[in-house]
Ligand binder design. Structure first.
Ligand SMILES: *[C@@H]1O[C@H](CO)[C@@H](O)[C@H](O)[C@H]1NC(C)=O
Ligand SMILES: *[C@@H]1O[C@H](CO)[C@@H](O)[C@H](O)[C@H]1NC(C)=O
Length: 272
């Protein structure tokens, strides 16, 4: 009797879960879960849409927060309305920058982003792979440290009490002849089952093997289908984030409107 009940409950919850998952897939991206298809864009007007999934990219942020231009996709961060007070290393208001998702996902592959980012302390420009399960493989450009760029991964497990912020992160140099994130550089994430390689301007600078993602006896290796996500954000709060981003943004000094430019995105597929 009990066993029967438990079985019934199990089957019920499983099918609800599956229906839920299928629904999410269809709503958010018909292609999520696909392996890898070669892709290249320089962001013509039809490449980004809002509220529909018919274009390769969908904007999560408001309509005016981004624009496709002949130079690429511009992502804006504007000064928040009203007076901004700074207390204990954080601003009391932050502004919502642009965020754009790809509507397709890759499950392993090599992604190259050509990006320039504002060199303003407290502003972060991010070109990442992100899964619905919250796995992330990141390239982060901190305006407060324009001579460097950061790489990181996240793959939350049930055992983690909080995200492992500093554990897998690393800081790399932006090479000559234009050693600043404010100039266009090409940043590469090359992801397969065994390892992740990050590169800049065609040179690999960091390799993270799957077994190196072990923490607390559990692997934290990104392994779920992931979308590409491009964004610019105001890291002026909370104070821990702001400290990491060398913020908060000093709005009496910073331009009222800043932009990151994504000139192109390329996806190459692994050959198995
Ligand atoms: C963007 O991607 C994230 C991570 O997979 C997902 O949680 C979010 O729902 C996506 N948003 C849209 C509008 O596609
Ligand atoms: C913010 O910028 C203004 C103008 O340059 C400057 O006077 C002020 O000291 C800066 N504030 C901080 C906290 O650095």
């Amino acid at each position: 009797m009990y066993i029967f009940l438990i079985q019934t409950l199990l089957i019920l919850s499983l099918s609800v879960y599956q229906v839920g998952a299928a629904y999410i897939y269809r709503r958010q991206s018909p292609d999520l879960g696909s392996q890898c298809r070669p892709f290249y864009t320089t962001f013509p007007p039809t490449s980004v849409s809002r509220n529909t999934y018919s274009a390769p990219f969908v904007a999560i942020s408001p309509a005016g927060s981004y624009q496709t231009t002949p130079g690429g996709l511009e992502l804006y961060l504007n000064k928040p309305e009203g007076t901004i007070k700074t207390k204990q290393g954080a601003n009391d208001k932050t502004s919502e920058g642009a965020t754009v998702n790809s509507t397709f996902a890759i499950h392993y592959g090599k992604v190259t982003f050509e990006v320039s980012a504002p060199a303003i302390p407290g502003v972060v420009t991010a070109a990442i792979l992100i899964a619905d399960e919250r796995d992330e493989i990141d390239v982060e450009l901190l305006g407060g440290d324009p001579a460097h760029w950061q790489t990181n991964i996240f793959a939350p497990t049930r055992r983690d009490k909080e995200p492992l912020f500093g554990v897998f992160s690393s800081i790399e140099r932006v090479p000559h002849p234009n050693p600043s994130i404010a100039k266009i550089h090409s940043y590469t994430i090359d992801w397969n089952k065994e390892r992740i390689e990050w590169g800049i301007d065609g040179r690999t600078v960091r390799t993270l093997k799957k077994e190196e993602s072990m923490k607390g006896g559990v692997l934290h290796y990104p392994s779920h289908p992931s979308r590409l996500q491009l964004g610019i954000w105001d890291a002026s709060s909370p104070s821990g984030t702001s400290e990491w981003a060398k913020g908060p943004i000093n709005w009496s000094d910073a331009p009222r409107s800043m932009k990151a430019v994504v000139r192109s995105v390329r996806v190459e597929c692994p050959k198995y």
